[in-house]
Design a protein around this ligand. Structure first.
Ligand SMILES: Cc1cc2nc3c(=O)[nH]c(=O)nc-3n(C[C@H](O)[C@H](O)[C@H](O)COP(=O)(O)OP(=O)(O)OC[C@H]3O[C@@H](n4cnc5c(N)ncnc54)[C@H](O)[C@@H]3O)c2cc1C
Length: 353
């Protein structure tokens, strides 16, 4: 754990569309923010769940994909020079004389005067197969000589040489992972397993996959992983037991299992903070989107107030009003006048115009 906390006026939890627009709105008030997100990329649901789908209800933009909206927001916040901390999941919150200390699961610490929770539907984590015995092989806790044998991505290095690789899943990521593993030289075998025969992939990828099956570069098994066998006194995974639709159990050699089951959101530790909640969302005052804890705001899908709709445009409005309130809070309650971006020379200076 890092001993020196990162000091900031505002910490934003969540780099989804609303967290990103929050950076812009705070920047207009000359407030710099640090931003944490559990994902390795910015954009929240837009990037993780529907990058190629069109959104039709962003004001002034008739249609835009999830990915392009995030690219545009990234461009818009560039003058604000935000500090991103990705692959960091916020864990704990402690109040102190200077505001709040926030710690991430990965060990970063922040000392902040204000917090904006823009955590959407929760931190996105990789879905895991529900077989408890697999947990022993996930983290590599068994000793440094045994790296994890159940992972969510194919390792980048050469560590898969001479190994039996199994990929579980039916989506594009699963099939691409299996094909990539088959392309690496020296792998013993590559097998894609899924509970049903139908894969959720486009025609082009299906053709590549069928070709790899024809030349025996990949095998495909249908069934559920219902058990496992180990070697070296339980230290290493050696086989998976796969039960097919007729209840027949087949063994599959496995030194590395890659779970490609997509992402699911988990609210996790935010539920334990002393913020008033309503049906797993944070209650806020709709005049400024502050929670019951002074200096802690909640914007976007994570909040609730009378009439709340989980829409991007609503989150943008919330971020705008929260920024005015935060500016006033940080300046001892001073009233903050309204300024137009078209006319304010101060804002033009911030935007580098
Ligand atoms: C398929 C689909 C289509 C949609 N179409 C539309 C549409 O057409 N129009 C529309 O307005 N809306 C649409 N939405 C809804 C829209 O995507 C959400 O309203 C929007 O993403 C909310 O933004 P947000 O920033 O509040 O949260 P999110 O986008 O959920 O981002 C929250 C971020 O916070 C991070 N996070 C959470 N907890 C933690 C933690 N403890 N530590 C660190 N990071 C954390 C998450 O990893 C995530 O990146 C759609 C949603 C889906 C799923």
């Amino acid at each position: 754990m890092s001993n020196t906390p990162i000091k900031t006026d505002v910490l934003i939890i969540g780099a989804g569309p609303v967290g990103l627009f929050q950076i812009f709105q705070l920047g207009l008030h000359e407030i710099k923010a640090h931003v944490v997100d559990s994902l390795p990329l910015i954009g929240g649901q837009c990037s993780a769940l529907y990058p190629d789908k069109f959104i039709y209800d962003v004001p002034g933009i008739p249609k835009i994909t999830g990915k392009d909206l995030i690219d545009q927001l990234e461009l818009q916040i560039d003058p604000m020079k935000p500090s991103f901390h990705l692959k960091q999941t916020v864990q704990s919150l402690v109040s102190n004389d200077m505001g709040y200390e926030v710690t991430t699961r990965e060990g970063l610490r922040f000392q902040t005067k204000c917090i904006v929770i823009a955590a959407g539907v929760g931190a996105f984590v990789h879905k895991e197969l529900p077989l408890r015995e697999l947990n022993n092989f996930r983290s590599g806790d068994l000793g440094s000589s045994h790296p994890p044998q159940v992972v969510c991505e194919l390792p980048q290095n050469d560590s898969i040489a001479a190994k039996h690789i199994v990929v579980y899943g039916s989506n594009e990521a699963a099939v691409r992972t299996a094909l990539n593993a088959a392309l690496k030289s020296g792998t013993q075998s590559v097998c894609l397993i899924y509970r049903r025969e139908q894969l959720d992939i486009g025609e082009e990828l299906k053709a590549q996959f069928d070709q790899a099956l024809r030349i025996n570069a990949i095998q495909f098994m249908t069934g559920q992983i219902t058990g496992l066998k180990t070697r070296e006194a339980g230290q290493l995974l050696s086989h998976l037991l796969v039960t097919d639709t007729h209840g027949v159990i087949n063994e599959r050699a496995c030194d590395l299992l890659v779970e490609c089951l997509g992402l699911s959101p988990k609210l996790g530790p935010l539920l334990d903070w002393e913020i008033q909640m309503e049906k797993k969302t944070l209650k806020v005052d709709s005049k400024n989107f502050e929670t019951n804890l002074p200096g802690i705001y909640a914007v976007g899908d994570i909040n609730s107030y009378p009439g709340k709709r989980k829409l991007i445009v609503c989150g943008f409005h919330e971020a705008t009003l929260a920024a005015y309130s935060i500016a006033s809070y940080l300046r001892g309650g001073e009233p903050i006048p309204l300024e137009y971006t078209t006319a304010s020379t101060r804002i033009h200076r911030i935007l580098g115009l």
